[in-house]
Design a protein around this ligand. Structure first.
Ligand code: HEC
Ligand code: HEC
Ligand code: HEC
Ligand code: HEC
Length: 354
């Protein structure tokens, strides 16, 4: 399995000594303390494996409806739009990047990159940015190894088929934590220099339900291609809670990598603090043991610079609990949360072929 914790630009634990502990959550205008000297590695989305990228045209051969839906998204459009965008140019200039589509930091979140040696951006954020680079699992996920006909296979055979693909790098929606985690690795914008020096947005105001059920949605498979079905209400409840858990985990990880008391650290601290409060509220409505574990691992007082060890340990504990929650709670006992789960009027963009 692809343990991708640090893949999209986390600089890892801060090793900068001597940082003052500052009130990141307050509006304290603390002056910059130390410049970041951390490396700024260019790591790629798409399972970090450009050599194994088949490309969205390959997926479209068997998934034409999913492909059509994807082509209406911002994820698709960024390929053409980003290099022409004034704000993008401004960010790139501040980062010292000459060509956005050349080997730059921007590729890791805005593009799908293909090639074993020459890295070529071939599209925006595409199928394999979210489902993993496909070369090693495309055949496996679409054919049953024991010769069963896919049309008549049992559920157990289907699970064996998908698990075999997962073992080869597929990120399957059957493992909700992993597919959802992927969104947060880009949407929390975990790159201090990009935010503080480049002036890039410090992550999205992301909600897993609202942001996955609108323009991003492409659930044709489950209805035999007759419609683009939203996730069912039980799953939406699980996604709602899981999204807050991921804000907590990725906020804590992002803050652990922060070296200066500026926009980046503040945004990460605020994201984490908001998630702490929201999860506390959820637990007051329906007690969820994994939330109790998380609230024991991290508290508002931990949200400060120069506290990486504690923050990373907490993030790892939160990750384990979030995985456990997503795998073992089917949402049927969470109906009390329904009034908080974003309804259709809040979904981001509209789903294609709904
Ligand atoms: C040769 C045809 C073919 C190609 C090419 C193909 N798929 Fe599939 N895909 C299938 C079939 C068949 C299924 C199974 C449908 C079912 O389970 O009912 C499937 C199912 C899936 C699922 C759902 C599996 C699950 O976990 O339930 C995902 C996600 C998926 N494909 C993604 C992709 C992506 C991404 C690509 C390109 C990298 C791709 N597929 C390329 C045929 C294909
Ligand atoms: C860590 C992932 C990540 C990296 C790296 C990244 N971006 Fe982004 N970018 C995002 C996300 C997520 C959004 C959507 C933010 C939102 O919800 O408004 C975004 C949005 C943008 C926008 C739209 C902002 C606006 O004000 O509307 C621009 C422009 C942009 N990025 C430029 C760049 C450039 C240029 C680079 C390379 C120097 C880059 N990005 C690198 C994740 C990233
Ligand atoms: C590889 C990085 C990456 C991954 C993974 C990713 N996104 Fe994005 N997403 C972006 C970037 C970058 C943008 C901004 C694109 C632009 O407009 O230039 C964006 C934009 C969006 C938008 C449009 C926002 C708007 O302004 O209307 C939605 C909705 C969205 N993402 C949802 C998701 C969901 C849900 C997931 C996970 C299932 C996800 N994203 C995974 C990078 C990513
Ligand atoms: C932004 C991330 C993202 C991108 C891009 C993306 N997917 Fe998905 N995909 C998901 C998520 C998340 C789910 C599960 C959604 C849910 O349960 O509501 C999913 C579900 C699926 C399924 C199962 C649908 C069902 O009915 O159960 C298939 C098949 C699939 N994707 C194929 C593709 C193909 C092919 C592409 C490219 C054309 C693609 N995906 C692009 C995130 C993504």
């Amino acid at each position: 399995m692809n343990d991708s914790t640090h893949k999209r630009g986390f600089t890892g634990a801060s090793v900068v000594a001597g940082l003052a502990i500052v009130g990141l959550l307050g509006a304290v205008g603390t002056a910059a303390i130390v410049g970041s000297t951390a490396a700024d590695p260019v790591l790629y989305a798409s399972g970090d494996n450009p050599g194994k990228i088949a490309g969205p045209d390959k997926c479209a051969e068997c998934h034409p409806k999913e492909s059509e839906a994807w082509q209406t998204t911002h994820h698709h459009a960024t390929f053409i739009d980003l290099p022409r965008d004034d704000k993008a140019r401004e960010i790139a200039d501040k980062m010292g990047i000459r060509r956005i589509k050349a080997d730059s930091t921007c590729l890791s979140c805005h593009f799908t990159v293909q090639g074993a040696t020459e890295m070529e951006p071939i599209s925006g954020i595409s199928c394999e940015s979210c489902h993993g680079a496909g070369e090693d699992w495309i055949d496996i996920h679409s054919t049953n190894a024991d010769g069963a006909d896919r049309e008549t296979e049992t559920e157990a055979q289907r699970i064996v088929r998908i698990e075999a693909a997962v073992a080869k790098g597929m990120l399957s929606p059957m493992d909700l934590y992993t597919v959802a985690e992927n969104c947060y690795q880009c949407h929390t914008a975990p790159n201090e220099k990009l935010v503080n020096t480049g002036g890039h947005p410090a992550g999205s105001n992301f909600d897993l339900v609202a942001w996955s059920q609108g323009e991003i949605r492409h659930n044709f498979n489950r209805t035999d291609n007759t419609s683009n079905a939203p996730a069912d209400q039980d799953t939406l409840r699980v996604m709602f809670v899981l999204g807050k858990m991921l804000d907590l985990e990725y906020g804590a990880r992002g803050l652990a990598g922060a070296t200066e008391s500026k926009d980046y650290a503040k945004a990460m601290a605020q994201r984490t603090n908001r998630a702490l409060k929201q999860l506390g509220q959820v637990n007051g409505i329906v007690e969820i043991p994994q939330i109790t574990t998380m609230l024991g691992a991290l508290e508002a007082g931990d949200l400060k610079l120069n506290n990486s060890e504690k923050l990373l340990a907490a993030a790892d504990a939160i990750k384990a609990a979030a995985r456990d929650f997503a795998a073992n709670n089917d949402g049927s006992g969470l109906a009390a949360l329904d009034k908080f789960v974003p309804g259709e009027d809040k979904w981001k963009g509209s789903a294609h072929g709904g």
